[in-house]
Design a protein around this ligand. Sequence first.
Ligand SMILES: [Zn+2]
Ligand SMILES: [Zn+2]
Length: 391
Amino acid sequence: MTRHDLKIAGVIAALVVAIGLALGYGVGLLVAGRGDLPGAPAEGPAGFAAAQVETFPNPAGGSLPGYLDVYVSDYADLLDAEAEARIRTDLIELYDRTGIEMTVLTISSLSEYGHYGAIEPFATALFNAWGIGNRARNDGVLVLVALYDRQMRIEIGSGYDSSWDARMQRVIDHGFLPDFRDYAYQAGIETGVDETIRELTGHYPGTYGTGTFQQGWGWIVRRLAAFGDWIWGIFAVPLAGVGFWLRRYLRRRPRPCGDCGTLMQRMGETADDAHLDGGQRLEEFLKAVDYDVWACPSCAHMDILRYRNWFSRYGACPRCGYHTLSTTTKILRAATTKSTGQKRLTYDCKNCDYHDTELRTIPKITKSSSGSGRSSFGGGSSSGGGASGSW
Ligand SMILES: [Zn+2]
Ligand SMILES: [Zn+2]
């Protein structure tokens, strides 16, 4: 890297930062104040889905809604299909990692179920009717949002001691309610569910077993994902363009001769072939490697630079060393859940006569015990622990 290169790199870095800031500001303007209007009619008749599933009797009078599935029951229709899928994925991951059964329920109002008064007894009765959480550990978590009552509750199983009430209160106050106050219910539920999971496990969804940096970026990526896939187009196109341009610039930038200091010249693709050996020409032909030949106009010095194609399917040959080794795989016996399989790998070099075969075992297919197919709760109970909030 010469000083000139550093200057160019600095300009590019500044441009990337500026573009990033401008994009962030632009996106911020686009999404600001996009929350639903208060009392906006829900898509489809509210309570329609409720009629589809069995309700439970409430011991204190009235009824309790049944669940659509064990992860998300969005009766108040506060979530679009994508958000609901994201939340479900997070809750499945939580269950798979920790065994914690956490479920999100939104309802239009408590009075719809013949309940008048505080949300707490309703949440406790519902938690116990559904049996959320492992029966022995009592580690279930219920997130209940009652839209028109403007009240919510996180009800936790009796396995959590009372110190968890304050932690859930913090999640409600800082995760759910800020967005709820802007009528951005979907954003509030997504943020709140993330924060609840972090409080329970110490990790945001999708960042189990990673460091702080990844967790930070995981959070940013999730926030971005909440806007929808189109956001990636905005970022990806200029970034890919800058990356492509930078790579091309670095590869083609004039470089001084190592012997006399004169700026060298890059030869064209056909001219440089004369300076490559047979193996190198074959690598270029197979698109495994690309070579640039630089010649000094004042002395005879010549540099041959090698650029590996990382998407090439040709590997390095153990005999001749060129990236001209092809690998073909033949499945001799497919693996099943009961027995291992076997495959044969055949290696052939296109440059020399190297040939080899190798037998490999294919591991047994493990039956997934993922929570994605879970259809009922574990029979856990709550004795009224948790926290509530209103907006
Ligand atoms: Zn020279
Ligand atoms: Zn070879």
